[in-house]
Design a protein around this ligand. Sequence first.
Ligand code: SF4
Ligand code: MG
Length: 267
Amino acid sequence: MNMIPNAAKAFIPADYKSAVKPVWCPGCGDHSVLISFQRALAELALPPEQVAIISGIGCSSRIPAYTNCYGFHGVHARPDLTVLVASGDGDGFSIGGNHFLHACRRNIDLTYVVMDNRIYGMTKGQPSPTTEPDWDTAIAPGGTGLSPFHPLVIALASGANFIARGFSGDIGGCAKLIVDAVRTPGFSFVQILSPCVTFRDDQQKSWKNLVHAAIVPETDDPSRAARRLMTDDGFNTGVLYRGHRKPYQPIPLAHSAPSHLESEFAI
Ligand code: SF4
Ligand code: MG
């Protein structure tokens, strides 16, 4: 399930903090995303023990340790809890890209937050799937020349039910998007532009001037959403698409009995 209402107790963001101090570089956008998570959970009034934060690998994926919710920091990684999954553009779209596609396709009821800095930060700055083709570095002289992966378009085409974009510098805005994502049934995808101040500061410090609230209201029409996302400048923020797909439900056990399977294959 995506959310367990708990109107009885009020929470504050500090209720979700762990004793572990973040090791992210000072100024990294991920610090702000962590605060957005804590604000969103307080707004949702979810007890920490009813939330699971799951992550893959990379700088962004250290996030479960910094909260006191249940957490799973795995390598390219569901319980009856409200599930938030955190990752970055490297593990989310490349190493774990296949899982991203099929989680969208199944419309699994969880909130997937990707801190996108268009680079592999933890492994010292290699181009990621969202890196610009002409980003010239010692590791990729002249740039990769590869078209960047467009995660929002791919999410829409693959069946995600909620698609939004935020900017880590807007903590309140990101918290609001996460609240909205958790409250929307099915697979909710939130891309958060989160600058890497260590490896891409020259190019990404301008993001704070480029991001802007989307002027077109959110749509539930996939065709309109597709046109909009295909012409997107990459800096529109807000909820961009919210559909009506039912979340994936596993087939009840009784229907999974061998006799049921045999009838499925009967000619
Ligand atoms: Fe953040 Fe980049 Fe430092 Fe990783 S390397 S913690 S992404 S600033
Ligand atoms: Mg990254």
